[in-house]
Design a protein around this ligand. Structure first.
Ligand SMILES: C[S@@+](CC[C@H](N)C(=O)[O-])C[C@H]1O[C@@H](n2cnc3c(N)ncnc32)[C@H](O)[C@@H]1O
Length: 286
């Protein structure tokens, strides 16, 4: 594991000790929920056979493997991530798939010089956690060749994401809600398109474009109502509030009951379907 040090020390701790093990345990259902959004960003990237791709914040490597399939045997993909538990899963998946054209680096994408030059920088929800995003993208830009592209997907605001807003509002009836700085590293840090355009422009990217996409998501990958409630108590704003309040079992049960009632109207034959809102961000290197 990399040292818990440097500007992203808090995130290195968080993604190794708190969130990483959870993401590994919940891998299948998280992936099922966000796969269509990651695929959209890949489609926008216009990937060609033989290209070299950098997958930033690659986590358990699902997108790294898919990128590897898309570039084919003549191309290659490097997945970079600070989370060792997630990378261990990624490496095991690559080995099981016999994916010879993918490799993983346990490193901080903000501070580590990466082995380019790459044709494409891709990320599925992996670029919103940098303490200094401009420095991070300037560093990543240094690993791209002239003419390279960038394509990533990130969340829009919580208010535009009912699948996260409903659990947050439910938890708020029982618990004090954390009120982080909206630009602090976290899932919503890139919700503000003007800010992200500035960050990318100052880091050396041209033709930055934001495409808003609104999609119904299969929350918890289309599991049962109770499985979905369970998932939302482990991930996202309700989970963060419960963790911060060090909530005991009684309080957890009260939030669970309330949350079940709040999301039941969204339950149907395909599981719990709720709205999600993302940006597909693209840019280029001149
Ligand atoms: C929301 S998860 C997304 C994981 C993966 N891309 C996926 O879609 O399943 C965010 C990922 O970004 C990684 N991450 C956060 N800060 C990072 C940094 N400074 N350098 C590299 N990876 C980072 C986390 O460890 C985590 O795996």
């Amino acid at each position: 594991m990399i040292e818990v040090a440097g500007p992203n020390a808090d995130q290195i701790h968080y993604w190794n000790e708190v969130a990483g093990p959870k993401w590994v345990a919940l891998h299948d259902i998280i992936s099922a929920q966000i796969r269509p959004l990651g695929a959209l960003a890949m489609d926008r990237a216009g990937i060609a056979a033989g290209e070299r791709v950098l997958d930033v914040g690659c986590g358990s490597g699902e997108t790294t493997l898919e990128l590897g399939r898309r570039v084919g045997p003549g191309g290659s993909v490097v997945g970079v991530d600070i989370s060792l538990p997630m990378l261990e899963r990624a490496r095991a998946a690559a080995q099981a798939a016999g994916a010879a054209n993918v490799a993983f680096e346990n490193a901080d994408a903000q501070t580590t010089a990466l082995p380019g030059p790459f044709d494409l920088l891709y990320s599925r929800f992996g670029v919103m956690f940098f303490a200094e995003p401009e420095a991070a993208f300037a560093n990543l830009r240094g690993a791209l060749r002239s003419g390279a592209r960038l394509a990533f997907v990130c969340w829009r605001s919580i208010q535009e994401n009912p699948w996260l807003l409903v659990p947050a509002m439910t938890a708020a009836r029982h618990l004090p809600m954390p009120q982080p700085d909206p630009h602090a590293p976290g899932p919503f840090a890139f919700a503000d398109a003007a800010r992200v355009r500035d960050i990318l422009s100052r880091a050396g990217f041209a033709r930055v474009q934001h495409e808003p996409v609104d999609r119904e998501l299969s929350v918890a990958g289309g599991g049962s109502l109770d499985e979905t409630v369970d998932f939302l108590l482990q991930m996202g704003p309700a989970s963060a509030a419960l963790r911060q309040a060090q909530a005991g079992p009684e309080l957890v049960e009260r939030v669970r009951a309330d949350l079940r009632e709040a999301i039941a109207p969204f339950d149907g034959p395909e599981g719990v379907r709720m709205g999600g809102a993302v940006w597909i961000v693209t840019a280029a290197v001149d």
